[in-house]
Design a protein around this ligand. Structure first.
Ligand code: SAH
Length: 445
């Protein structure tokens, strides 16, 4: 299979990224793309690396290789390291644990990138990991090439905490979620250009990150030309409209790619399908295209999402298969329970319901109710595709919720597939937060 073709751009542009480190803005001029790579930021790193000590109870055993050392774990120092400085992290017992980059303002006080004292954190380490991430995706693409869009770099899942890179038909979106990554950004961008030959690169630091990391929010094209309006990407034999910067800005959930197809393959013959929280029509249209279903009802509370979904139905010639409904998920399901309306497949893909730790109990209750109502609307032999993208609700908790819903509904449930995000979103076993997407496919006998 061919490698993903990212377009013909000549790598001869110069980009300039303004990196705001603490109060003074630091301007880092990107190297010409063909210039030697490792010229970014070694200026912090003195030969003697400073150490940060953890509080009592925190040791190599309890930390493991988790890439985040939180502020609450670190012993305050009279002269704390500077922002972005490379530090050694020592347990309360004084034993060396690992090496990371320090940020005095961030709740993630040290982001860990190295677990060996031989390894130094600099452009060279970042570029090596970028190359490894790309290589892994090329391996994946050699097996499955049903998309022209994918996640090239998945932050902690690729040992690059704070950096996410998505490709949409050759247009890269580079998302920085950690201030300590900024000094290496120009080198990283140069590497992405030389390895992937993108059409464009959009750099994004969202408001939430900007606030929590004390850096500047931004969203601008730093390389090439991004289509001014919506453009199409391909996935699972369908085209999907995305608009990364326009007024009607729309993105796309790349992580559900394989789950959409898996759901379609489980749809019983002649199925009546309900897709709850359809957004761009992701599950609904994939099932309409590949499932041997009779009809699909797709629900979302957002009119804008449904407009996008209708446009996708139109361009894929699937308008007569799907009925779009603007409604709240609880209302849409309760209405069906009251009417006694039954389906052969129900997809539940709500937004992140537990954004913060204190939202978890409420989120669990909402997952319980959603799944309970859906189970009551499934015919014998029907299939439930139930998802949760809340990183704070772990997989076993989500399965517990499902168990509770099945008990309350008095139904048997066979778990057919216990799925996560696609292989382009690898999970770091030391960082359970990277296993954020759960997609359980289960059958009511
Ligand atoms: N299934 C989609 C992704 C869903 S994202 C895919 O395959 O790409 C979550 C969606 O839930 C968003 O479109 C959002 O508008 C919708 N949503 C949020 N709250 C909702 C609610 N209370 N009722 C119905 N839809 C809701």
């Amino acid at each position: 299979m061919p490698k993903l073709h990212l377009g013909p751009s000549e790598p001869n542009h110069l980009f300039t990224v303004y990196c705001s480190l603490d109060s003074s803005a630091l301007k880092v001029n990107a190297p010409k793309v063909n210039a030697p790579k490792a010229n970014a930021v070694e200026y912090y790193n003195s030969s003697k690396i400073r150490a940060v000590r953890l509080k009592p109870g925190k040791s190599r055993e309890s930390i493991g290789r988790h890439p985040w050392i939180l502020d609450a774990s670190v012993v305050e120092s009279i002269s704390p390291p500077r922002q972005g400085e490379q530090v050694d992290v020592l347990g309360a017992d004084g034993k060396w644990i690992g090496r990371g980059l320090y940020h005095p303002q961030s709740r993630i006080r040290v982001r860990m990138y190295a677990w060996s004292q031989e390894e130094s954190i600099g452009s060279e380490l970042f570029l090596r990991r970028v190359d490894q991430a790309i290589e892994l995706r090329n391996q994946m693409l050699a097996r499955t090439s049903h998309s022209d869009s994918l996640r090239w770099i998945n932050s902690e899942g690729d040992f690059l905490s704070g950096l996410v890179v998505d490709g949409f038909a050759g247009n890269l979106v580079v998302q920085v979620t950690a201030g300590v990554v900024l000094p290496y950004l120009d080198a990283i961008l140069g590497e992405l250009v030389s390895k992937l030959r993108p059409r464009s690169i959009l750099l994004s630091v969202d408001e939430k990150t900007a606030k929590s990391e004390g850096i500047e929010a931004r969203e601008h094209v730093v390389y090439g030309e991004l289509p001014a309006g919506p453009f199409s990407i391909r996935e699972n034999g369908l085209t999907w409209r995305v608009d990364l910067v326009g007024g009607q800005k729309t993105g796309y959930y790349l992580d559900q790619r394989d789950n959409r197809l898996a759901a379609a393959l489980w749809a019983p013959k002649g199925a009546k399908v309900l897709d709850v929280c359809t957004y761009a029509g992701g599950f609904a249209l994939t099932i309409a295209k590949h499932g041997v279903c009779e009809s699909v009802v797709a629900v979302d509370s957002s009119a804008k999402a449904l407009d996008l979904a209708r446009a996708n139905a139109q361009s894929n010639g699937l308008t007569d298969k799907v009925v779009w409904e603007q409604a709240d998920f609880f209302e849409a399901l309760s209405l069906r329970v009251d009417r006694g309306e039954l389906f052969d497949m129900i997809v539940l893909d709500p937004p992140k319901l537990a954004g913060a730790r204190d939202k978890v109990p409420k989120a669990m209750a909402a997952y319980h109710r959603l799944n309970y109502l859906a189970l009551r609307c499934l015919r014998p032999g029907g299939v439930l595709v139930t998802c949760s993208c809340s990183g704070r609700v772990d997989r076993s908790d989500f399965l517990d919720v499902l168990l509770g819903s099945a008990r309350r509904a008095g139904k048997d449930l066979q778990i057919l597939e216990n799925r996560g995000a696609g292989a382009d979103h690898p999970v770091n076993i030391h960082c359970p937060e990277t296993d954020y997407l759960k997609c359980i496919i289960a059958r009511v006998p």
